[in-house]
Design a protein around this ligand. Structure first.
Ligand SMILES: C[S@@+](CC[C@H](N)C(=O)[O-])C[C@H]1O[C@@H](n2cnc3c(N)ncnc32)[C@H](O)[C@@H]1O
Length: 275
């Protein structure tokens, strides 16, 4: 075995970097073990930087979405994503008798703006924890004259709203929520009988993906995905089945796409009469 020398990076950093001069690395070569390893081969030594998962209080998601949305508008990437998601949700709207739709964690609401324009007979509601983006969206809906689209501030998992919808979806949002099981329970409660709940969620594959793709130097992304990077809010299909009392179905398959195991998206169809 060779030498293992690590030094802290930054003052109050949870990251250390150093060099391991041996070939039989004591870490999982797939990067799936603990801790997260930012790897690169350098000659005969294994140079690595470890980001030690934050835990306890430090891992509470402290990302400030209000200041994010204060600075950010809808960019090209968001617009492309919104078009794709509107197309997928549209397949459910075409297939079933749906009169109301809610998007929890709607962000800049791109998907909702497209859908509200295309389906004027359906009422659309966007909820987000950030008051800034809710106000911006509200103003935009007024400007473009979409009277079937409204926005409200609300936070998962508590959800103040008592409204019920035929279709509820939450995309790229549960990743920032600590108590996902409670979130799923409360989102499912907002679904009308015979309606649908669609969501993607963080699992162990998404954790590995983000651990391998977020650079240790990217502080903003590390704070934003702190829960996921620390593996504190991961769930499985089995957890969802137990939580909802119903086995979820594959959303990607339902819309004719291939999903990835790091981005599993599912839907729950609420029975017309209680199971
Ligand atoms: C990555 S964006 C996703 C936006 C949109 N769903 C999409 O797919 O483009 C996550 C959004 O969730 C919101 N958010 C974060 N935590 C939340 C929470 N606990 N409850 C409700 N919204 C939340 C953020 O303000 C942000 O707008």
């Amino acid at each position: 075995m060779g030498a293992l020398n690590f030094t802290p990076v930054g003052d109050n950093e949870k990251s250390i970097k150093g060099e391991l001069t041996c070939f039989r690395a004591i870490f999982d070569p797939d990067g799936e073990g603990w801790p997260f390893i930012y790897r690169s081969w350098e000659g005969l030594s294994y140079s690595l930087q470890m980001v030690i998962p934050v835990s306890g209080e430090a891992a509470m998601n402290s990302f400030n979405w209000d200041s994010f949305w204060e600075k950010k508008g809808e960019n090209k990437q968001m617009i492309r994503g919104a078009k794709r998601m509107a197309n997928r949700i549209g397949k459910f709207l075409n297939r079933y008798d749906i009169k109301s739709v809610a998007d929890f964690g709607c962000g800049s609401g791109g998907t909702l703006f497209i859908l509200a324009d295309k389906y004027p007979h359906i009422s659309f509601y966007g909820f987000d924890s950030s008051l800034i983006i809710v106000s911006k969206n509200h103003q935009r809906a007024e400007e473009v004259g979409l009277s079937n689209l409204c926005f409200k501030q609300d936070t998962i998992p508590l959800i103040k709203s008592r409204m019920i919808f035929d279709l509820v979806y939450s995309i790229a949002t549960l990743h920032y929520v600590m108590d996902i099981k409670q979130a799923i329970k409360n989102l499912y409660r907002r679904v009308n009988t015979g309606g649908f709940l669609i969501f993607n969620y963080p699992n162990r594959y998404s954790m590995f993906w983000y651990r391998n793709h977020i650079k240790p130097s990217d502080k903003e992304m590390r704070v934003r995905f702190s829960l996921l990077l620390a593996g504190q809010n991961l769930i499985t299909l089995k957890d969802i089945t137990i939580t909802a009392g119903k086995k979820p179905k594959n959303f990607w398959r339902a819309v004719g796409e291939n999903g990835q195991r790091a981005n599993v998206c599912v839907y729950l169809h609420k029975p017309c009469t209680p199971d």
